[in-house]
Design a protein around this ligand. Sequence first.
Ligand code: HEM
Ligand code: HEM
Length: 268
Amino acid sequence: SNKSPQLLFPSIGFICIILVLRWVLYFRKGLAWDGGAAEFNWHPVLIVTGFIFLQGIAIIVYRLPWTWQCSKKMMKFIHAALNLVAFIFAVISMVAVFDFHNAANIPNMYSLHSWLGLTAVILYCLQLVLGVGIYLIPATPVSWRAAFMPLHVYSGLLLFTSVIAVALMGITEKLIFALDNPKYKDSPPEAILVNALGVLLVLFGALILWIATRASWKRPKDQILHTLHSNGGGEDNIKVDSASSQLSDGADAEACADVRKRTTKFDD
Ligand code: HEM
Ligand code: HEM
């Protein structure tokens, strides 16, 4: 199958990071931790680099074919670590904007953007804690892991999508607040640049969602690779239908059935 989105998504992500940096460094007052506008600027920068880019990569990291020779355990650590770093970036970005608001005597938590944004950060934390508890701690029964997987995937994709939507609201607010003479409606270069950033964030999200929902790009079960490399299995496993079928109803059912035919173990 065509794997070109797997090459496209990091480039679009990098362009987003360049655009947000160009916005705050060239059009705004740069980056500093001084309670002023330059401290606010950490808010969009950390959101785009951490909460959007790193989270996006964390989500599709199991689906990069060149990682399929790595153990599932190793990939789970990478997935968890990337999500943890994304969360830390999001928390620091929250501190930056609250600090800026308090220093400038701007009320906290008045906007829809801030309500949905803070909710997303809190639920992301919950997702992280549950993910560690269920998939990283060895004591958790495999049957629990399997039972929880559809919810983990659903809430993960919902959170990622929501974070991009919240970022678009924040971008729009900021342009309306900050642009003055020329105003946003006069389409100055800054507005064009940041509108383009918003479009690319949507594109980045769309590609991540595409990659994360293709049944044919699902990581093959370790058993296959163990067999291929003839170095044995060794993990305890039970016969359950795997997460590979969670998002693969309808059009992908065939590709998925093909994977399932060759695999009977759940190694999540
Ligand atoms: C404020 C969260 C992305 C612009 C806030 C506040 C929160 C928040 C909780 C309220 C701070 C306070 O009340 O003191 C988020 C989250 C984001 C995100 C979770 C990630 C999706 C962005 C982006 C921008 C932005 C990309 C673009 C510049 C703003 C602005 C404010 C703000 C202008 C101040 C006005 C307001 O409170 O609505 N953000 N934000 N945000 N954010 Fe974001
Ligand atoms: C799969 C999101 C934290 C373990 C997934 C998927 C998403 C996701 C969207 C589906 C990916 C796919 O189908 O290819 C998230 C988010 C997290 C998070 C947003 C943090 C807020 C964790 C943590 C662990 C974990 C801490 C612990 C190891 C797994 C496992 C899978 C998975 C085992 C299944 C991979 C597979 O099907 O091969 N996660 N996750 N997740 N996640 Fe997470």
